[in-house]
Design a protein around this ligand. Structure first.
Ligand code: SF4
Length: 373
């Protein structure tokens, strides 16, 4: 097997994992491991990991909604609605519970609905502080994490020690660094957007140490694709829609860098040194910026996007707007103005978990490519 076929074989493995989370879940259950669903993007996975369980990311799925519509008005984002739909249909059966931090109105609305719609899977809900820069924010979140641990112990019997949490934080740190390096290399090699997305998406369904090892294996055999590509930056909550990715592949685009919550936004934080690992975890969230879901009066996300796009030589930015996601809609206004002032081409593409036809998005992206290449 030559190195290129090694690369393809590995990429196919990432695609398999990304498109079959249930298979992953069954595999972990058969190893005797307990699974905890972690509401993306900022459930404290490190705690679940330290308790010897498997954290699996909950981002809903592309599907037609029927049952969930009994619980939500139409203007709640389809990530939350499809997550409840999957819960009702039994896709998460076998999970010990789900962890849900509250960071937007849609998440808050989902908590009570989940209790009625999916009574078989307990929900561990937590309010996260938005005013989080002072000691009070830190102390509040630390106490919240303590309550989450206590509830997880009650539900699963698993316990969390400082040493185990310290080790899990190291594993998550290593994973974030590996994904940063992968993103750089994928841009340099001109990787297809659909392949890049599968590598990021699979991370949500694997133990992070296993994902890190697989990504490193891939990076060792990655080669430049040898074609001229149109390099872009993507931003938004989620960018895993197969219909959209196929269009980007066909238009010969490559993603040089991203600020997508499902992808690189997961590595925009640090783990500050603190007295205990639980303090480190609380500080991780309390020092986090650059995200539409958390209070950031300076809107540092906007300058970060511009800096990243410039540093990577992106010809344009694609803002992938999850329909009915208010936090992202608010940020779009700031980003549009900033891009106009900086002379960086920007396009907004609206996506939805129920979307099956991407023709309109395809036409808009084709025009965008003709303008920027
Ligand atoms: S942040 Fe946006 S996409 Fe995520 S749950 Fe809230 S409304 Fe939905």
């Amino acid at each position: 097997m030559n190195s290129m076929s090694d690369e393809r074989t590995l990429l196919n493995t990432f695609h398999e994992i990304a498109s079959h989370p249930r298979r992953q879940m069954d595999q972990y259950l058969s190893r005797g491991l307990k699974i905890v669903g972690c509401q993306a993007p900022y459930a404290p996975e490190e705690i679940v990991h330290a308790m010897g369980m498997v954290p699996m990311g909950l981002w809903g799925a592309d599907m037609a909604l029927s049952e969930a519509k009994r619980y939500f008005p139409t203007f709640i984002c389809s990530i939350m609605q499809s997550m409840v739909e999957l819960g009702i249909r039994g896709a998460y059966d076998g999970m010990s519970c789900i962890l849900m931090p509250s960071l937007c109105d849609a998440m808050q609305a989902t908590v009570e609905n989940w209790k009625y719609a999916v009574p078989s899977i307990p929900i561990v809900y937590a309010d996260y502080p938005q005013n989080r820069f002072g000691k009070a924010g830190h102390d509040y979140l630390r106490a919240t994490h303590e309550r989450q641990i206590a509830r997880l112990t009650e539900l699963t019997g698993a316990t969390c020690t400082d040493e185990a949490l310290r080790q899990s934080i190291e594993i998550y740190k290593e994973h974030a660094e590996t994904m940063k390096a992968f993103s750089e290399l994928a841009g340099k090699c001109g990787m297809k957007p659909s392949d890049r997305s599968a590598v990021f998406k699979s991370a949500w369904f694997m133990l992070k140490q296993e994902h890190t090892a697989l990504v490193r294996e891939l990076m060792a055999v990655m080669k430049p694709c040898g074609e001229k590509k149109i390099g872009v930056m993507t931003t938004g909550i989620l960018a895993d829609q197969p219909g959209l990715l196929q269009i980007m592949d066909k238009l010969n685009m490559t993603v040089l860098c991203d600020d997508v919550a499902h992808e690189s936004r997961q590595s925009f934080f640090c783990y500050p040194k603190a007295e205990t690992p639980l303090d480190t975890l609380a500080d991780k969230f309390c020092t986090m910026k650059h995200c539409s879901l958390i209070y950031d009066p300076q809107k540092t996300r906007i300058s970060l996007i511009l800096e990243e796009a410039r540093a990577h030589g992106a010809k344009g930015i694609i803002f992938i707007q999850t329909k009915f996601c208010d936090p992202e809609e608010f940020d779009y206004v700031f980003l549009k103005r900033a891009c106009e002032n900086a002379g960086i081409p920007l396009i907004m593409i609206e996506v939805d978990r129920q979307m099956t036809n991407y023709d309109q998005a395809g036409t808009a992206l084709q025009t965008f490519c003709e303008m920027i290449q």
